[in-house]
Design a protein around this ligand. Structure first.
Ligand SMILES: Cc1ncc(COP(=O)(O)O)c(C=O)c1O
Length: 439
């Protein structure tokens, strides 16, 4: 039997990934080749044990250093009814960014008072829904939103956080940088004072605290520390000037996940250690009462738990140029490579222990030259019909999927203890046409 310790790439697959007696890649005790056969491909497989253990890791590592830290999962990374249920069971809160995510969470039974709502261009209808459902906090992004919200709240008292843009470079891909000065997200520094003053005089808005979120896929903790310096100094300033009391501070999400064997992000423990240390020392230095703390991880909770299974189709060898291995998915279910130049690892599901012998490009089946899943990877010799398992497919793949080329969006299964449960069926041709028929 193949020794899983001789397969370095398993490090970026889900925690339960293994090689079974047949020599196939197993996830959550389920044979990946059998899953592909039963449910078809492309198939997104999520390891429930992996997701739960990461939820607990965030709660424990932050909680033991700063008791009571609220861990609020960002479902934009992966949205599904089964995921909302899992997150509720694990005692996390939710950080939704649209009326759609909010409605989906509520319909899945997620308690409204544990839901918080950032977003840079919320519509009147979205704010009305949030107010009506009495969610935990609306995270106000800009001055027009503040006015619209006060108007909608009318006689009700609404808890809000103010999202400040601290103007800090998170050293991540520019498409994922949200807390730099040149960003559509959050209140620019020039608006901070006006927002605080306006919000504090509105009788129907309770400004419970401040919020920042500087980006996604961070591999360093220093940008969090720089943002804490900015925002806590400002909190001390407005405490003096306006008697502002910060009950809650959210430092957003952004914690980087591991996608490749060689690039290892800080552990949750080391993020927590550095962040809580600076948070406490700054509060002491500024003589600020320590507020409740909230974090909003998305990617690091689900990225590694998800594996996408594809079937290899056409293999095109262009002498002296490259070998394209086309699979039956691509940018329609995972647009991360074309969008951010993302890098992911893969294994052949039926031969994960085989030696890598050939450099190839894993391309999709969509009509774009940029439709690439993995730009360059060394794999064993591949044949049409092989099942390719792509690691790191849990975050920002399915939620960004599309019907480009009238493709059907994939099915999703949760696996645990040798059992698979279908949590979303594959789209059908009927699904594709239904809205046109009803128009
Ligand atoms: C406000 C907010 N919080 C949290 C997150 C989650 O970030 P990540 O998935 O990188 O942890 C995002 C993602 O963009 C966000 O916009």
């Amino acid at each position: 039997m193949a020794d899983k310790n001789n397969i370095p790439r398993l490090a970026v697959f889900p925690q339960t990934a293994d090689v079974n007696k047949k020599g196939n890649l197993a996830i959550g005790g389920c044979d990946s080749v059998a899953l592909a056969e039963k449910y078809g491909t492309p198939l997104y497989v999520f390891d429930e044990t992996d997701i739960r253990s990461r939820c607990r890791e965030f709660k424990e590592e932050f909680g033991k250093r700063y008791p009571g830290t609220i861990v609020s999962y960002s479902p934009k990374a992966f949205t599904a009814g089964a995921m909302f249920e899992l997150v509720a069971e694990e005692g996390l809160e939710l950080d939704v960014v649209s009326g759609g995510e909010l409605a989906f969470a509520l319909a899945s039974g997620f308690p409204a008072n544990r839901i918080h709502f950032p977003g840079n261009n919320k519509s009147r209808e979205e704010l009305e829904l949030a107010v009506r459902e009495r969610i935990g906090h609306i995270v106000v992004d800009n001055l027009p939103e503040l006015n619209m919200l006060s108007n909608i709240a009318d006689k009700r008292k609404v808890d809000i956080l103010l999202r400040l843009n601290p103007g800090v470079d998170p050293h991540t891909h520019k498409h994922n940088a949200t807390g730099i000065a040149d960003s559509k997200f959050g209140l620019p520094k020039a608006d901070w004072d006006e927002a605080v003053k306006t919000a504090m005089v509105e009788y129907n808005l309770n400004v419970d605290g401040l919020h920042f979120h500087i980006g996604s896929g961070l591999y360093e903790y220093q940008p969090y520390l720089n943002s804490l310096d900015e925002v806590l100094s400002y909190a001390a300033d407005i405490k003096q000037k306006y008697k502002f009391k910060m009950n809650l501070l959210s430092i957003g999400g952004g914690f980087g996940a591991q996608y490749t064997v060689d690039a290892v992000p800080p552990t949750v423990a080391s993020f927590a250690e550095a962040i809580i240390e600076r948070f406490n020392s700054m509060c002491r230095e500024l003589e600020l009462e320590t507020p409740k703390l909230m974090i909003e991880p998305g990617r690091k909770i689900v990225a590694q738990a998800g594996v996408a299974l594809y079937t290899v189709g056409v293999i095109k060898e262009i002498p002296g140029v490259r070998t394209y291995v086309s699979v039956d998915g691509g940018m329609g279910d995972n647009i991360r490579q074309p969008m951010y130049g993302a890098v992911q690892e893969a294994l052949v599901a039926s031969r994960p222990a085989d030696k890598d012998t050939k450099k190839v490009t894993i391309s999709g089946k969509y009509c774009e030259a940029g439709d690439v899943l993995i730009k360059e990877i060394k794999l064993p010799e591949l044949n049409a019909g092989d099942i390719l398992a792509v690691a790191g497919s849990g975050a920002y793949c399915v939620p960004m999927s599309s019907n480009y080329n009238a493709a059907l969006r994939p099915a999703i299964v949760f696996v645990k203890d040798g059992k698979a449960r279908l949590i979303r069926r594959r789209e059908t041709l009927e699904d594709l046409m239904i809205r046109d028929k009803e128009a």
